[in-house]
Design a protein around this ligand. Structure first.
Ligand SMILES: [Zn+2]
Length: 621
């Protein structure tokens, strides 16, 4: 017995000797009304080389490059004895501090007034902090634990902190096991109203879910009512994957910031999500339900992307844009399941089928594959460009495109297996093979997947690799459209032309002026490839002067649609330099499509009803 105690003591000493001192942050808010905070960060137990500290340039889940360093000011450094140290700016995002005694204590101020999932905001009501937007860190100390203490402003009425960081006995102090986890952990510090519920795993373990709401008018009863709705949804989500993973800090936290000056946003994290909906009131059932679509999407990420994760996002690189093959699955399949699971939970009547129309008609789908669109995320997801860009005709969101692929694959699997397999089985197989493998440390994923893994797993699921190879080659790595008309018909939905005999010049933005129709409109939207207008040589900045010899008006342009496909029209156009040219516009068939429930015209067949119920009905038994 005594021997055991000694051995244990030795083990504890060994662990202590090996665990490095944490990087620790103290955050204060001297003047929250001016939208800045003060951070003191201590980097202890440093080697003899200069310390390099930096701000992030990217943030998990938002793929554009951000220059978070731009908001840092009044940066100073001292060593462990309090002696001032020179702070040298190395590049736009980092600073070098030499001549220290093994400890560097950096203080800085940082501005932020943007409430969403990516940036930070400080005012008298709250501090809303996305960690990469707010905190300096050091490349060399990425494996160190992190400690952070929040000092709320006196008399501000901020009652607590909502975060996925690990709690300590002090309610204002939190820890993270490493830098990856810390930088994935947003904080909401405000007068919070909290609620929650628990789920049970198939093996009987409990999983805690918390809601923390910052709103101008939410009551405890409102948040409890919302928690009840979210619990129904979460139970339906868990059925898809067959499990709820261990939540490292002990809970999954939904941070809802509903102040009127917020941006509309949702952002996933390993054990939490930040959802900002400007001015949403939870006082009514209608208000609470309007938060559910975003919650459904973000909470599905608890599995899909946070643990079932593309290898090219793991670990996340905070110093550059992160490019992934597979956001069509990470975001797009999540986009599909968001409304589907609300429908299954009886919380919404919206159907997850609209993406099929977009996939059939979006100009960008013919330009880049779903994989290539995913790789464009750095330029599309909150990216800013000063110069003109061609996204209107070359980009098709991997959210919508991915949702359409999920819809097509779900229906195709049900069709080819007589209902034995569905997309749920594919997600569960991916989950078991990749997502469910225990993490080596909180903030990391043990077995992320590649594009080839996704293809191989589909082949194994249906026991037909040729089917999987063909599906990926055509619809995921290729640019073909799935046969939604045939697949939706199985569930009693009719996909049909909106204007079967209509003529179509292409989706062309025009602005009517006294001198004719300016192509591109105020936004400079480009004329899509493979359209009659493109073939006629029209593009943004051109002016259509006459149509068939008559002055070009919006009414005359719209009247062209009342002709038939194949009709030709003589146009006089004027280029940007004033030179005029003649061209011929040959109308095509209108590609617009709509989806109509078959029961609006005839009774559903038993087979259609059964197919639809198996797909859209609750799976909780
Ligand atoms: Zn998402």
């Amino acid at each position: 017995m005594r021997l055991l105690v000694v051995a244990l003591a030795v083990a504890l000493i060994t662990v202590h000797a090996q665990s490095p001192a944490p990087v620790s942050y103290v955050v204060t808010f001297p003047e929250p009304e001016h939208h800045w905070m003060q951070v003191e960060v201590t980097f202890p137990e440093l080697g003899p080389t200069p310390l390099r500290t930096r701000m992030s340039r990217s943030s998990p889940g938002r793929y554009a490059v951000h220059e978070f360093a731009k908001n840092v000011f009044a940066i100073e450094a001292r060593d462990g004895r309090g002696t001032a140290l020179a702070v040298e700016r190395v590049d736009a995002d980092s600073w070098r501090i030499a001549g220290h005694d093994g400890t560097v204590r950096v203080t800085y101020r940082i501005f932020g007034d943007h409430v969403d999932g990516t940036y930070m905001a400080i005012d008298t009501t709250h501090a809303h902090l996305n960690t990469p937007a707010a905190f300096l860190w050091a490349d060399d100390l990425a494996s160190r634990p992190v400690r952070i203490r929040i000092v709320p402003p006196v008399e501000a009425g901020w009652t607590g902190v909502a975060t996925q960081l690990f709690t300590t006995p002090d309610p204002w102090t939190f820890t993270a096991p490493n830098l990856q986890y810390f930088l994935d952990s947003p904080l909401e510090i405000a007068d919070l109203v909290t609620g929650g519920f628990t789920l049970h795993t198939p093996t009987g373990e409990t999983r805690a879910f918390r809601l923390a709401v910052h709103a101008l008018d939410a009551t405890q009863a409102d948040v409890d009512a919302l928690a009840g709705l979210v619990e129904r949804l979460a139970r339906e989500q868990a059925v898809v994957f067959g499990d709820v993973p261990a939540l490292e800090p002990g809970a999954y936290t939904i941070l809802l910031d509903l102040v009127p000056w917020a941006d509309s946003d949702g952002m996933e994290h390993r054990n939490s999500t930040v959802i900002t909906i400007p001015g949403l009131s939870l006082r009514t059932d209608e208000g609470r339900r309007s938060a559910l679509p975003t919650i459904s999407h973000e909470m599905f990420h608890l599995w899909n992307v946070e643990r079932l994760r593309p290898a090219d996002l793991e670990p996340f690189d905070f110093t550059r844009g992160n490019v992934s093959c597979c956001l069509w699955l990470a975001e797009g399949f999540t986009q599909y399941y968001g409304p589907l699971l609300l429908h299954r939970a009886g919380l919404s009547n919206a159907l997850p089928i609209g993406s099929a129309i977009a996939a059939l008609t979006a100009p960008g789908r013919r330009v880049r594959s779903a994989v290539e669109m995913s790789q464009q995320a750095t330029f599309a997801d909150a990216a800013v460009s000063n110069d003109a860009h061609d996204r209107s005709r070359t980009f098709f969101s991997y959210y919508t495109h991915g949702a359409a692929i999920a819809l097509g694959l779900d229906l195709a699997l049900r069709d080819r297996t007589g209902g034995r397999l569905s997309l749920d089985d594919y997600m569960r197989q991916l989950w078991r093979t990749y997502g469910a493998v225990p993490a080596p440390a909180p903030g990391l994923v043990a077995r992320p997947y590649t594009l080839a893994d996704l293809r191989q797993t589909l082949g194994a699921l249906v026991d037909d690799q040729a089917f999987a190879d063909d599906f990926f080659a055509r619809y995921i790595e290729g640019r073909e459209a799935i046969d939604y008309r045939r697949l939706l018909a199985l569930a009693g939905f009719v996909l049909e032309p909106v204007a079967p005999t209509g003529a179509w010049p292409g989706e062309v933005a025009i602005t009517e002026t006294s001198g004719g129709l300016v192509v591109g409109g105020p936004a400079g939207t480009l004329v899509p490839f493979d359209t009659p207008a493109y073939a006629a040589g029209l593009d943004t900045g051109d002016r259509i002067v006459t149509i068939d010899g008559q002055p070009a008006t919006r009414a005359a342009w719209e009247a062209l649609r009342r002709g038939t496909p194949g009709d030709s029209h003589a146009l006089v156009i004027e280029r940007r330099d004033g030179r005029r040219a003649q061209t011929t516009l040959t109308m095509a068939a209108d590609p617009a499509r709509r989806i109509v429930p078959a029961e609006s015209r005839r009774p559903l067949t038993d087979a259609e009803r059964a197919f639809r119920d198996a797909w859209l009905g609750s799976r909780i038994r």
